[in-house]
Design a protein. Structure first.
Length: 124
């Protein structure tokens, strides 16, 4: 009975999942939510891949999510998808991403939101 009441109140114990670590729910907002158009996304991607703003790129990645900042950086700097990063893990070239695809892309969009704000602060 107590367990049923806890479930109704949202206090359910998370069962360990051997595939993914448990974290607080990452953001899953849309590009529209962050106010980033396709054109702005392309512009931000160019800034990232130019290498000229690496300190801001790293700061934005670690601000977005410390746990997977390095995977986000690989993804945005080298234009690697979640699946491409997963293949690198399968080939034992890197550690496994500790988030599912949906969460990864939610965090990646949030990274772009943070980076966009940082770039606007410097007039870009």
């Amino acid at each position: 009975m107590a367990k049923a009441m806890d479930e109704q109140r949202g206090r359910v114990e998370q069962q360990p999942n051997s595939q993914y670590q448990h974290h607080s729910a990452p953001p899953r907002h849309s590009w529209e939510h962050y106010g980033i158009t396709k054109e702005r996304y392309r512009q931000l991607t160019e800034y990232i891949q130019s290498g000229r703003y690496d300190p801001l790129v790293s700061l934005a990645a670690y601000t977005a999510n410390e746990t997977i900042a390095e995977w986000v950086l690989l993804s945005v700097k080298e234009n690697k998808s979640y699946d491409a990063l997963k293949v690198k893990w399968e080939l034992k070239e890197m550690e496994r991403i500790p988030y599912c695809r949906t969460d990864f892309y939610g965090i990646r969009r949030y990274f772009f939101s943070v980076f966009n704000k940082k770039m606007k602060e410097i007039g870009k």
